[in-house]
Design a protein around this ligand. Structure first.
Ligand code: ZN
Length: 322
């Protein structure tokens, strides 16, 4: 990334923009760690092609220009599904909900003419960053998102843990059954193939091709009348519980925050998942780890992106980008 912009002294408080890219909507807002999330908005995507994302981003920027003075904006953060290579800044792997969103730098969404430095990260990492910022006294926080896929991020003393290349915390693609169900990533037996909405739907449709399943609400309704679907849902909770508990043990985390669209459903047995995680960790972990549902809801991604913008710009040092 080449950044020419210099951080100047602003008369009005500095602002940061956060963009949260999803499969169905672009969410955005502005604020700062001092001011909080001052404004939050959502634009529904008209499709899942790159052109739809760029159209939504341009619409968002036009709107932002009508609301704030862009000279106050120091930097931009962008959260996106997928794995971002920390060296090349390029999205790698497969994005089922945004099939063209691979081998690109997400910064391409921001018109260069804005001349504002932009930083990107995985959306689950940013959810974890946002939720961790809302906790006091917790220094090692795992964030999990359960939706069409399984996302995971880890915040260690306020910073996102990326691993050597940016591939860290892909909990959804850890193997829970050797040679098991086919995953979106092309491998077999991943947690995501058993515990995500897409994974559960694929397994159920293999068993009964006549069923019509749009989302998790449909799956949970089916589980009340179909014993096999009930077994599959219960198995998904058990697999999530043991896998997340293993992560708590490995990382010695002091908080696990569960988020994503599925967790927000009142019909989903989230309390059973929490109990399952707590009962699967050793005594010494159990007394020291919080397992909670996410507090920030669908604003977490935007708030996390905004915090990323602020942290990343600050990390460049002396307010000057290189
Ligand atoms: Zn996988």
């Amino acid at each position: 990334m080449k950044i020419k912009r210099k951080h100047t002294q602003y008369e009005a408080p500095a602002l940061y923009l956060g963009f949260d890219i999803g499969g169905s909507a672009l969410k955005f807002g502005w604020g700062s760690s001092q001011l909080g999330l001052q404004s939050y908005h959502r634009i529904n995507l008209k499709g899942n092609r790159i052109t739809h994302l760029k159209t939504a981003a341009n619409e968002a920027i036009r709107f932002i220009k009508t609301q704030i003075d862009l000279s106050r904006v120091v930097s931009i953060g962008i959260g996106t599904p997928g794995t971002i290579n920390r060296t090349t800044h390029i999205l790698e792997g497969i994005n089922p909900n945004l099939p063209e969103w691979t081998n690109l730098d997400p910064v391409c969404l921001i018109p260069p003419a804005l001349d504002i430095p932009a930083f990107t990260d995985n959306d689950a990492n940013l959810m974890a960053l946002a939720e961790a910022s809302a906790l006091s006294g917790k220094t090692h926080v795992i964030g999990i998102t359960i939706g069409s896929g399984i996302g995971c991020g880890f915040i260690s003393e306020g910073r996102i843990f990326h691993g050597a290349h940016g591939y860290a915390m892909e909990l959804g693609h850890t193997t829970v059954k050797k040679g098991g169900a086919l995953c979106n990533c092309g491998r077999k037996g991943c947690l995501e193939a058993y515990a995500s909405v897409n994974g559960l739907r694929n397994i159920i449709l293999t068993y009964n091709t006549a069923l019509v399943i749009e989302n998790m609400v449909d799956i949970l309704a089916l589980s009340k009348i179909d014993k096999y679907v009930k077994f599959l849902v219960n198995r998904s909770i058990d697999l999530l519980s043991s896998t997340i508990a293993n992560l708590v043990i490995v990382l010695d985390a002091d908080a696990v925050i569960l988020g994503g669209g599925v967790i927000e459903l009142s019909e989903y047995p989230g309390d059973r998942l929490i109990t399952g995680i707590e009962s699967a960790v050793p005594q010494q972990n159990r007394k020291n780890v919080w397992v909670r549902k996410a507090a920030l809801g669908n604003k977490a991604g935007t708030w996390g992106a905004l915090l990323l913008a602020e942290q990343s710009f600050s990390a460049l040092g002396n307010g000057t980008c290189i």
